[in-house]
Design a protein around this ligand. Structure first.
Ligand code: GUN
Length: 285
C-alpha cells in the first residue's frame, strides 16, 4: 500500500481562512484578538518560531505584541510582565516561548499566566479541564493533530491509538484528546519493552519522540494512519521527522510528511485559541 499524504499546509491554510473571517466578524463587534509573545534570550529556533507567530497574527488581522527580554532577565521581572499582560484588556492570549534559561522556573511562569489567556493550554487548570472534558484551551500541537484527522475524514472512536512519546506538550495531551474521543490509547516511551509489539496494534500511530527516523516500517501495521510530530535534522542537516518516511509510506494508509504535516497546524491552533479567548472575553463582559 502507498500511503495517502495528509497535507497539513493545505488544511492549515483552510483553517486560517476560517479564523480570519471570524476575526473580521469580532472586529465589527469592537474587539481585535490580541496575542502577546514573550521571548527570553536569542535562541535561533525560538526566534524563528516567534517571528512566524507574529507574521501569522498579522495575516489573520489580529493584534500581535512581541516582548523580547534579555537572557539574564530575573524571574521576578518576567513574572511581573506576565502579570501586567494578564490585566491588559487588549491581550487575549499570552505565550512565553519555551525553553527558558535555567535560572527561571518554567512551572512558575506557566502558572502565573491567567488560565483565561493561556492559549498554549499549558496551565494545570487547562490541563485538568481538558482531562475532565470541560471547556479548555487545548495545547496547539495535539489539537492540530485532531483537526488534521477530522479534516481527512478519519474516525477515532473505537480505534487503537498508540502514542510514542510522553512529553507534557505533545505525547501526554494528545493521548488524552484521543481518549476523550473514545479511542483505546496506549503510551510507549523510552522504557517500553518490545516497542513493535505495541505499535503494530495501532490503527493510528503518533510519533512524538524527537529522534530522527525512529519509527520504521517494522513498527507499523499495514494501512495504519501515521502522524509524525518530529522536527529533527538528520546527519546531513536536512529537516526530518521521527518516522522513516520512505519505507513507512509504502506500508501506511495515511501519513503526515515533515515538513508540511503537523507543523503548520500548531501555529494555526494557536491563532484559533487566541480567537476563542477574545470571543469568550466578549461573552464575559
Ligand atoms: N517551544 C516549542 N514549542 C512550543 C509551544 O508550543 N509553546 C511554547 N510556549 N513554547 C514552545
Amino acid at each position: 500500500m502507498t500511503a495517502q499524504i495528509i497535507n497539513g499546509k493545505e488544511i492549515a491554510a483552510k483553517k486560517k481562512l476560517e479564523i480570519a473571517e471570524e476575526v473580521a466578524r469580532l472586529k465589527t463587534q469592537g474587539i481585535t484578538p490580541g496575542l502577546a509573545v514573550i521571548l527570553v534570550g536569542r535562541d535561533h529556533a525560538s526566534q524563528t518560531y516567534v517571528n512566524n507567530k507574529e507574521k501569522t497574527c498579522k495575516e489573520l488581522g489580529m493584534y500581535s505584541l512581541l516582548i523580547e527580554m534579555d537572557e539574564k532577565v530575573s524571574e521576578e521581572e518576567l513574572l511581573g510582565k506576565i502579570d501586567e499582560l494578564n490585566r491588559d484588556s487588549a491581550i487575549h492570549g499570552i505565550l512565553v516561548q519555551l525553553p527558558l534559561p535555567k535560572h527561571i522556573d518554567e512551572k512558575k511562569v506557566i502558572e502565573t499566566i491567567s488560565p483565561l489567556k493561556d492559549v498554549d493550554g499549558f496551565h494545570p487548570i487547562n490541563i485538568g479541564r481538558m482531562m475532565t472534558g470541560q471547556n479548555a484551551f487545548l495545547p496547539c500541537t495535539p489539537y492540530g493533530i485532531m483537526v488534521l484527522l477530522e479534516e481527512t475524514g478519519i474516525s477515532i472512536a473505537g480505534k487503537n491509538v498508540v502514542v510514542v512519546g510522553r512529553s507534557n506538550i505533545v505525547g501526554k495531551p494528545v493521548g488524552q484528546l484521543f481518549l476523550n474521543q473514545h479511542a483505546t490509547v496506549t503510551y510507549c516511551h523510552s522504557r517500553t519493552k518490545d516497542l513493535s509489539l505495541h505499535t503494530n496494534q495501532a490503527d493510528i500511530l503518533v510519533a512524538a519522540v524527537g529522534i530522527p527516523n525512529f519509527i520504521k516500517a517494522e513498527h507499523v501495521k499495514e494501512g495504519a494512519v501515521v502522524i509524525d510530530v518530529g522536527i529533527n535534522r538528520n546527519e546531513a542537516g536536512k529537516l526530518c521527522g521521527d518516522v522513516a518516511f520512505d519505507e513507512v509510506s509504502e506500508k501506511a494508509g495515511f501519513i503526515t510528511p515533515v515538513p508540511k504535516g503537523v507543523g503548520p497546524m500548531t501555529i494555526t491552533m494557536l491563532m484559533y485559541n487566541t480567537l476563542k479567548s477574545a470571543a469568550e472575553s466578549l461573552d464575559r463582559d
